[in-house]
Design a protein around this ligand. Structure first.
Ligand code: ATP
Ligand code: MG
Length: 435
């Protein structure tokens, strides 16, 4: 098999006829006369039939194959209704065993935690293979979306001297001998400096938050895709966010139908989200819907809780943008809606349908230095740490806005995953830092 040109399983299915494949044993079944191997590679699985009668020279070796053994195999691709994917390699003409795997620690009935303990091996599962392919599309789509619209990619430091999203979720890191820094909770504050040079910018990078909850939607290390734009105000930035989500879905539908089918995702819903108009409502209107339609008793002044977000999502059935949350529960940089509604902030979240997952959070950025200083002090922060940030309001200040999209949240929603941990190769949470 030395000189063979190897195809992936998908390529072999397209080509038909005689093919050479290489991959791993996904399943094996033995009888007196046959060894049935389901071969797995990055593209697909296919059954290969090794026969005692036709393959005497390697039948005994084939009998030794275990799950996840690595092999090269040649033969003829044939249609067979009984095979798992409708095709099989039969007859097999050649088999080369690369390595016989030790007993694989993952078997059919596994606890979730054991799967996470063996994440380095579980990545090979067809489920994670499918999710990671969708992730690849989502990440590529985000770059394409912004680059094709003239945004520049701009990088911020991951070591930062102060918080941007609240002290309670900061990761502190020793910085040389006697100093400390924090891992980035957001790219935003530095992006606000970048727009004065580049106008419209974006970034996608690792983000760290010491989330103490055990929710199915929070990671301690996740990827956030953020944008920031000079001259942009709330009504415009929410439309950019909607366009970005529609574009991501369009790309996933174009590239990942096979994966979505494997994940048993309702594709017709994604087709709806690709084309739909997404409503924008105010926080106050959201409360009204919750209190009248769903008989809840949600008072002004609290952030929407998971179950409330779920009801709003259920009400609209497509992604919905909620704006104007109460100023008092928002980050120091989210400005009050002056002059008429100082209790409301010029901010927004986007909630995804089918559960109400918050996938995007954004806002206009405050230009009111005194107000920001007061709010930082109220949070126990030292405003002096932010003096460079206030400079951006001193030297040619302009209205500007931006938002952050949770990459794993979007993947979780698009793939229909119960837990966000399955949207990233090696999840990090309060209780999981290995492997
Ligand atoms: P939440 O209320 O869900 O904690 P947040 O208001 O803290 O979210 P933002 O600070 O607005 O979130 O961050 C922007 C986006 O980043 C969120 O809309 C979400 O999609 C994502 N995100 C935030 N925290 C996490 C996390 N711990 N794990 C994964 N994604 C996150
Ligand atoms: Mg949070």
């Amino acid at each position: 098999m030395k000189d063979s040109k190897f195809l992936t399983i998908d390529e072999a299915l397209k080509k038909g006829g005689n093919v050479s494949l290489r991959g791993w044993v996904y399943r094996e079944r033995k009888s007196n006369k046959f060894v049935f191997i389901v071969l797995r590679d990055e593209s697909n699985i296919i059954q290969c039939v090794i026969s005692k009668e036709k393959n005497p020279e390697f039948f005994e070796d084939a009998e030794k194959l275990t799950i996840e053994s690595s092999i090269k195999i040649s033969g003829t691709v044939r249609k067979d209704e009984r095979a798992p994917t409708g095709y099989e390699v039969s007859p097999v003409s050649d088999l080369e065993i690369v390595q016989i795997a030790e007993p694989f620690p993952i078997t059919a009935e596994q606890s979730r935690e054991l799967l996470y303990d063996n994440r380095h091996l579980w990545l090979r599962s067809r489920k994670l293979n499918a999710v990671l392919k969708v992730r690849h599309t989502v990440v590529g789509a985000i770059h394409e979306f912004f680059r094709s619209r003239g945004y520049y990619e701009f990088d911020a430091p991951l070591f930062q001297p102060s918080m941007s999203e609240g002290g309670s979720t900061l990761f502190e890191v020793k910085y040389f001998d006697n100093d400390k820094v924090y891992l980035s909770q957001s790219w935003q504050l530095y992006a606000e400096a970048g727009i004065f040079s580049l106008g419209r910018i974006y970034n996608m990078g690792p983000t760290f938050r010491a989330e103490k909850s055990k929710s199915s939607r929070h990671l301690a290390e996740f990827w956030m895709a953020e944008m920031e734009a000079a001259w942009m105000q709330l009504d415009e930035v929410t439309e950019v966010a909607k366009d970005e989500i529609r574009f991501i879905i369009k790309q996933v539908l174009k590239n990942n139908r096979k994966e979505l089918e494997f994940l048993e995702r309702d594709i017709s819903l994604l087709e709806l989200y690709e084309k739909a108009e997404y409503p924008t409502i105010k926080y106050a209107e959201a409360l009204e819907i919750l209190n009248t339609k769903y008989n809840m008793d949600v008072r002004w002044g609290k952030d929407l809780r998971t179950q409330e977000e779920a009801k709003i999502a259920d009400h609209f059935k497509v992604p919905v943008v909620v704006t104007h949350y109460p100023v008092e529960i928002m980050g120091f940089y989210k400005p009050p809606a002056l002059p008429d509604n100082p209790e409301e902030a010029l901010c927004f979240d986007m909630l995804a349908p089918e559960g109400g997952l918050e996938i995007i959070g954004g806002s206009e950025r405050s230009l009111l230095v005194d107000d920001m200083i007061q709010r930082l002090e109220a949070d126990g922060e030292d405003p002096l740490q932010y003096d460079w940030y206030f400079d951006l309001r001193r030297y040619g200040s302009v209205p500007h806005s931006g938002y952050g999209l949770g990459v794993e949240r979007v993947i979780q929603w698009i793939c229909g995953l119960e837990n966000i941990k399955d949207a990233i190769p090696f999840p990090r949470t309060m209780t999981r830092k290995k492997p």
